[in-house]
Write a protein that binds this ligand. Structure first.
Ligand SMILES: Nc1ncnc2c1ncn2[C@@H]1O[C@H](COP(=O)(O)OP(=O)(O)OP(=O)(O)O)[C@@H](O)[C@H]1O
Length: 244
């Protein structure tokens, strides 16, 4: 079943047509990669899905609802969660408090005042810290974590709201090969409850973790299919050998 349907999406910035006629379908609990040369429109598409900017044309449906003109907060309430290239952690707070803030963001105020609820929140924070290899660093300042650990903290925070779809923009940028490998391992289990749309330049990483790929070129869909189909695509090979 389709969780996200992007139909005939277009986005212009002044005279520049960054996206045009883009169709993308993401199934529930699938990992969907957006790849393509620099400037092909990957981040623009991710931002349009998140509501960070509005599409100029076309429609976006998420979980059965039309979200084309919904605000980022309304999309988040429906189960969309995102982590962008730019960091969103609070460096002066502990790792624990960063995750606690993210977990609390999903709770009504009255829930936070009950001690039973606070104990449950504590358990949720610990569970996320364990899952993303941060439990031993809980009391460290977030700003003192390594680059890779900061990325994992942000993914943990994005997962704190129990999304149906997680959007990641180049999560492995600046990571060591070992940190990339671990990031892949940390992401795989989220498939049990959540789909992923990921923009990534590391093609080996994206092929390892994704079920489905959409290849963009000059703001349009060049090809779309399983990883094996895209690997065999002569159109994609041509673009990657001549322009990347
Ligand atoms: N806010 C903006 N204002 C004007 N032009 C923009 C804006 N955002 C993106 N663009 C332009 O839209 C086009 C697509 O950019 P986008 O960042 O989506 O590509 P990308 O595939 O993510 O590139 P990269 O792989 O280099 O990150 C580019 O020509 C870019 O310069």
């Amino acid at each position: 079943m389709a969780l996200l349907e992007v139909r005939d999406l277009g986005k212009t910035f002044g005279a520049l047509r960054a996206l045009g006629g883009v169709d993308v379908t993401v199934r529930a609990r699938s990992f969907h990669g957006l790849i393509g040369p620099n400037g092909s429109g990957k981040s623009t598409l991710l931002k349009a899905i998140a509501g960070a900017h509005f599409a100029s044309e076309g429609a976006i449906a998420f979980d059965g609802a039309d979200i084309t003109t919904a605000t980022p907060a309304e999309r988040a309430k429906r189960g969309l969660s995102l982590k962008f290239q730019i960091t969103a952690i609070l460096p002066e707070l502990s790792v624990y408090d960063n995750v606690l803030l993210a977990v609390q963001a999903d709770q009504p105020l009255w829930t936070l005042l009950r001690s039973k609820s606070r104990a449950a929140l504590h358990d949720e924070v610990l569970e996320l810290l364990e899952r993303f290899l941060l439990a031993d660093l809980a009391t460290d300042l977030a700003g003192e974590l390594s680059h890779g650990q900061q990325q994992w903290l942000e993914i943990a925070m994005a997962m704190a709201v129990k999304p149906k779809l997680l959007l990641l923009d180049e999560p492995t940028g600046g990571m060591s090969p070992e940190e990339r490998r671990v990031t892949g391992e940390l992401l795989m289990p989220i498939k049990e409850s959540c789909a992923l749309v990921i923009v990534e330049h590391d093609l080996d990483f994206i092929k390892d973790i994704c079920d489905h790929l959409t290849v963009l070129d000059q703001g349009q869909v060049l090809d779309d299919g399983t990883v094996a189909e895209i690997e065999r695509s002569s159109r994609v090979q041509e673009v990657y050998t001549t322009r990347v």
